[in-house]
Design a binder for this molecule. Structure first.
Ligand code: NAP
Length: 534
């Protein structure tokens, strides 16, 4: 039997869109299956108020197409979700790939047929499509998780996870609203809705170290200057470990006199974007002492911004140092607690007992709500894979293969799953970095790989467990060098609401984008060492 398509890509986010474009250019018959009713991925789903970039807009866009760069104008340094969704749609139309995208198609399972060398992709609506090559572009933060709290389903008011914020407007004025969760999403939504709602109660388990985003509009002239310097912007992103415009200072904190250090830290705190996290002295994220000193500096910033000292203390993390979890970037987040109608509930002091028909009951009583917003995060990186039944050789499922740890070769293939390319999957550089630049490299590498296969007349690619193990050891060795891996968060594979995800898992490659790019380029140079072709 011959497959219907050469390639199916699951997901029409920025990764799936670019992969589709490249495969079509190679002359392959490729199609995208997307659960949403339009492209955009992350930017399609996350419509909650306050959702916006934490990376500079112009460093987030695709760099590969000069026409797109010349024609698209960003209106803010950190664009809000509606503009980014328009951008993705603009790209899709500019590349002319929309007709190759099928929307409203949620993939339920994908099974490899060894005899016919094809994948059978099953949709939740009962349809099946077949392909020779299957690409996953399913996102790293696309499997939202609700909290394991008794009675959640009993609540009679409105409630949803931020990822499923409705497309139609949600009334906020005068309503009693609860937000559970204070990660990057919670912090954005809380700051945005605080002035709009009748009553807002925030349920916080572990506070995060947040820092000001310092967003501002981009005028016409500035946009022209940005366009004229795109080459330098992208070169700079390529040179930093995380693909952002901000890279570490190549000095240790203690090499710098205290007054100079403090002046620099104040400047970082007052500058837009991730500089405060990623543009700091290099030891701040590696040496516990340096990290403690910078954390104390940020704690004082929080104290200076929150009028009520008791609330300020509750908002300062005690269980981890600055930057060892993803730093939420905020706009007036701390000031939101100045509104008399905004309340902070520390669930360590007064644990949530249950959700009732009318509200949330903690150990000190019941608070009633019209709307409960779950900003409770994601079963990150592997969750979207777990929600699809991938079945490889000999009936083994990916879930079984990754039961303890995700095992991959270079983050792009899994032993026993021929012709499955896990774009932006676990153990790739894209996971902990500015996503588009990293994904551009991964997609271009995959495109070269398929061009090579076409030239050689190959129709099957697979890897081995030995190469998986080798990559796992490499991923593990860089884990040991960073303070990030000493702190439970989605970066390190934790999610308290998912069974079995209460321990460290090696889900991301922490060696940085330049090292990852070099590594995959070397593999290509060696005629794709570690891959077996037929
Ligand atoms: P998150 O960082 O995992 O935060 C989830 C929050 O929910 C945490 O505060 C967590 O508390 C809390 N929580 C989970 N289960 C709970 C329970 N049972 N009871 C009480 N609290 C509970 O998720 P997120 O905020 O959605 O962010 C995920 C990632 O998305 C970010 O790190 C970022 O990479 C990305 N993001 C990016 C942007 C942007 O670029 N602008 C914006 C938003 C998100 P604990 O900390 O105690 O577990």
């Amino acid at each position: 039997m011959k497959a219907e398509h050469d390639a199916i890509i699951i997901g029409a986010g920025i990764c799936g869109t670019y992969m589709l474009h490249k495969l079509l250019k190679l002359g392959l018959d490729a199609t995208v299956l997307e659960a949403g009713d339009g492209p955009g991925g992350t930017w399609y789903w996350n419509r909650y108020p306050g959702a916006r970039f934490d990376s500079e807009s112009y460093s987030y866009g695709f760099s590969f197409n000069k026409e797109i760069l010349a024609e698209w104008n960003w209106s803010e340094h950190f664009s809000a979700q509606p503009e980014t969704l328009r951008y993705v749609n603009f790209v899709v139309d500019k590349l002319g790939v929309r007709e190759h995208m099928q929307f409203g198609c949620r993939v339920k399972a994908a099974r490899f047929d060894d005899a016919d060398n094809l994948w059978r992709v099953e949709l939740t609506d009962g349809r099946t499509q077949t392909c020779t090559y299957l690409f996953t572009a399913i996102g790293m933060l696309s499997a939202p998780t609700l909290p394991n709290i008794e009675g959640r389903e009993r609540f009679k008011g409105e409630s949803f996870h931020t990822y499923h914020w409705p497309q139609e407007p949600v009334p906020l004025e005068g309503r009693r609203v609860a937000v559970i969760g204070t990660g990057a999403t919670g912090v954005q939504v809380i700051a945005d809705i605080a002035p709009k709602v009748g009553e807002l109660t925030v349920y916080q388990r572990r506070p995060n170290w947040c820092a000001p985003l310092k967003n501002s509009p981009i005028g016409d002239e500035e946009m022209q200057r940005i366009k004229a310097s795109y080459d330098e912007i992208f070169a700079q992103c390529r040179a930093t470990p995380n693909g952002f415009l901000h890279g570490p200072v190549r000095k240790d904190m203690h090499e710098v006199p205290e007054a100079e250090r403090l002046a620099f830290w104040n400047e970082l705190y007052d500058s837009p974007g991730f500089g405060v996290w990623l543009g700091n002295y290099r030891d701040v994220l590696m040496d516990p002492e340096a990290n403690a000193e910078f954390s104390a500096f940020i704690a004082d910033k929080i104290r200076s911004r929150v009028a009520d000292p008791a609330i300020a203390e509750k908002l300062i993390p005690r269980d981890h140092g600055f930057g060892t979890r993803r730093v939420p970037m905020e706009t007036h987040y701390y000031e939101a607690y100045h509104y008399p109608h905004v309340h902070l509930v520390d669930v360590n002091e007064t644990p949530i007992k249950r959700i009732t028909e009318t509200g949330i009951e903690t150990s000190d009583g019941l608070r009633e709500f019209d709307l409960i917003i779950y900003a409770t995060g994601f079963d990150a990186i592997t969750g979207a894979f777990d929600r699809i039944e991938f079945e490889g050789l000999n009936g083994e499922t990916l879930r079984q293969h990754w039961q303890d740890e995700p095992m991959t070769y270079l983050g792009v293939q899994v032993a026993g799953f021929p012709n499955l390319i896990t774009l932006a999957g676990p153990q790739q550089a894209s996971v902990a970095t500015n996503f588009p630049p990293a994904i551009e490299s991964a997609v271009e590498w995959a495109s070269d790989l398929f061009s090579f296969m076409q030239e050689q007349g190959y129709t099957r690619i697979e890897t081995t467990q030995d190469f998986e193990q080798q990559w796992f050891e490499e991923v593990k060795s860089v884990y040991d060098m960073s303070l990030i891996t000493k702190t439970p968060s989605w970066f390190t594979g934790y999610n308290s609401n998912v069974a079995g995800h209460d321990k460290l898992r090696h889900v991301i490659y922490l060696g940085g984008s330049p090292a990852y790019r070099q590594r995959i380029a070397d593999v290509a140079q060696k005629a794709y060492e570690g891959f077996i072709f037929h």
